[in-house]
Design a protein around this ligand. Structure first.
Ligand code: SF4
Ligand SMILES: [Zn+2]
Length: 428
């Protein structure tokens, strides 16, 4: 679908009309459309895999009036601005205390080492930062955040990307348009046996955490599917159901998963303060599964307070309600500055048992024992329930564990996955 600019002889104001590929007029936009309008087109026209082509639209920047061409951004009000004006955009802080603005990052599609976890070969991050602010999140300790120190200070006045994790969010509004150009030009595509050429959205933020992020995500999925690239959605937000039309129309090219470590909402939310409750994630994923879209669960990270019965109940629920292609499982990792913050958050939320048990994991032998017991229990219960399970043993854990060392080493390095997604592309 394309936007065309029309000058009516009866009016001074040009009109923006939306035309589909057959030349039929499908609607119109205001002369300076807001981001919501632009992103809403594929939903309103009922064509899930059609995104608006804005390259020839002549949409004008609300700040300086120049035509929006190569890159664009949006003000918190949703008004579209050109890239020159993005530089002068000020960050805004909402009532949750989350400061948001535009992300100047050029990255579109990044190669990823997550093929080691059988997840993907590429990742797309729709934003920098994440308003969910999970205390154990490893993202703020990765180069993704550390290398962007100056940018975060400059754009959102962030002094410490790790300590302030959860309070800043920089959107990549024009990512679908840039992705489209990138995919048009791309001649090679990485596809290792363990990554299967899959693109994951997102590994460094939650791609459905709010409406603006969700709109970017929808545009990216549409572009990838149009180019026949397999997509893995990973989110803690039930809002992914809003894109069921796109997932269904993708005909098996999209798998949708959610992180569900435990179904006790209060416990989970004590250390995932900004994320929707896990029971809402389960309900949403059930809707996706019932619609015939492949689903998976990331049971990550499970807590030391969960015993074998808890793990069995959780896995049985996944089996009965989701029938997922795979359940990925990992335990919590006590390394890094964020672990102390995790314990503190659990304690402040009155989850003293969780805080005490987490604190014990600082002892390496204790951590190895807990990880081993949970990983083995999940594998056994999975076999018992006929539920495909894929374990993610930590590298350091494999180094220190004595029992079953070879099993864990193999599990960590294996290239095949119980997941039958994506369907192999026939070679001609
Ligand atoms: S949702 Fe994911 S990216 Fe966001 S804070 Fe939680 S773990 Fe990190
Ligand atoms: Zn401008």
């Amino acid at each position: 679908m394309e936007i065309q600019r029309c000058q009516s002889p009866r009016s001074d104001t040009p009109k923006l009309i939306i035309r589909d590929r057959s030349g039929q007029i499908r609607g119109n936009l205001s002369p300076t459309p807001k981001l919501d309008e632009l992103r809403g087109v594929s939903r309103s026209t009922g064509e899930p895999l059609d995104r608006l082509d804005v390259s020839e639209s002549g949409i004008q920047c609300v700040e300086c009036g120049s035509k929006v061409t190569d890159r664009f951004g949006s003000k918190p009000s949703g008004d579209i601005i050109c890239w020159d004006c993005v530089e002068g955009t000020l960050a805004e802080t909402d009532q949750r205390g989350v400061t948001s603005t535009i992300d100047p990052t050029k990255a579109v599609l990044s190669s990823s080492s997550l093929h080691h976890k059988n997840l993907c070969n590429y990742v797309i991050n729709v934003a920098t930062g994440c308003s969910h602010g999970c205390k154990f999140c490893y993202v703020p300790s990765t180069p993704n955040i550390k290398m962007r120190k100056d940018m975060l200070k400059d754009k959102a006045d962030v002094d410490n990307g790790q300590e302030e994790w959860g309070s800043y969010l920089l959107y990549r509004d024009d990512l679908p348009e840039r992705l489209s150009r990138n995919l048009e030009r791309k001649r090679t595509w990485d596809s290792t046996p363990d990554g299967r050429g899959v693109v994951m959205i997102s590994s460094g933020t939650d791609c459905y955490q709010d409406r603006r992020a969700a709109q970017i995500t929808r545009g990216c999925v549409i572009e990838l599917v149009k180019h026949e690239k397999p997509v893995r959605i990973l989110t803690r937000s039930p809002a992914m159901v809003r894109d069921l039309d796109v997932f269904k129309a993708a005909n098996g090219l999209v798998t949708v998963g959610s992180s569900i470590p435990c179904l006790d909402d209060e416990i989970v939310q004590s250390i995932e303060p900004g994320a929707p409750a896990p029971t809402t994630r389960l309900n949403a994923l059930e809707k996706v599964s019932n619609a015939g879209v492949p689903v998976y669960v990331s049971m990550s990270p499970t807590y030391p307070t969960q015993d074998r019965t808890d793990l069995r109940n959780l896995l049985s629920t996944f089996k009965e309600r989701l029938d997922p292609d795979v359940v990925f499982h990992e335990t919590i990792n006590p390394r890094g500055g964020n672990f102390q913050m995790t314990i503190q958050a659990a304690r402040e939320a009155g989850q003293n048992e969780l805080a005490d048990e987490l604190a014990k994991l600082r002892d390496r032998d204790h951590w190895v024992e807990y990880s081993k017991n949970q990983l083995l229990a999940v594998r056994e219960i999975g076999e018992d329930l006929d539920l495909p399970v894929h374990l993610w043993p930590d590298k350091k854990f494999v180094k220190y564990v004595d029992d079953h060392k070879e099993f864990f080493r193999k599990e960590r390095n294996k290239e095949d996955s119980p997941e039958s997604y994506p369907k192999p592309v026939p070679t001609t």
